[in-house]
Design a protein around this ligand. Sequence first.
Ligand code: HEM
Ligand code: HEM
Length: 186
Amino acid sequence: MQWMNTKGGYGWLAIALHWLAAIAVIAMLVTGFQAGFAGDAGDRAARSALMGLHISIGASVILILLARVVSSYLQPRPTPPEQAPFLQFLSSATHQVLLLAILLQVVSGPLAVWSGGRAIHVFDLFSLPSPFAARNQGIHEIAETLHAIGRWALVGAISLHVLGALKHVIIDRDGVMRRILAPSKS
Ligand code: HEM
Ligand code: HEM
């Protein structure tokens, strides 16, 4: 069983974390934007329920997301597929933006809650109390701004990333998709 990455391809650890984190990030985008839309529509009860869900899911997946980023930087990176230098650059820049934006969200999200003087409530099961003695408006605004930058960075980079993956499947047919589904045998 090949657990770790090699220059030749991804191992099971990176593959499992890639897909677990992909599902978690999509769930966070969907619940976050739904909460935003409910707020824009003036439905405070729905916004609060969806935000509660967003924060509960976020707190539950935070360790997976952190493990995903750390494991990506600690492991060897498989050799990128042969393609034009501009596409090589775009692909690795997109990967960096994805990893850094995940990190930004898992730091700024909890900080936005705690600096608001509130605890993080996880599905009515338990709470993570705020390390701030009182609301800190300055830090709260910085955290919200960083959280907004992170969400748009994720939306842009995920769109590029999925388009790139489709290009490799439909046009290049070079096995790049296969290597994020299972370790290569060679
Ligand atoms: C349908 C959705 C997705 C598809 C089809 C997909 C496909 C792929 C493929 C084929 C690779 C391998 C690229 C290579 O070997 O050069 C890859 C790597 C990667 N993917 Fe995705 N992906 C998806 C969703 C996501 C999401 C939502 C994120 C993050 C938010 C993400 C982050 C990454 C990163 C950072 C890498 C680089 C490898 C690493 O550092 O572990 N992917 N993805
Ligand atoms: C990859 C992870 C995450 C993504 C993609 C994400 C995405 C989003 C989105 C799209 C919104 C928009 C709401 C609006 O339009 O008003 C939002 C808001 C928010 N999120 Fe997250 N989030 C993530 C992680 C977290 C975590 C881990 C927490 C806390 C445990 C959190 C707490 C919040 C809070 C308090 C808000 C409302 C304040 C604000 O708009 O900045 N988020 N998030």
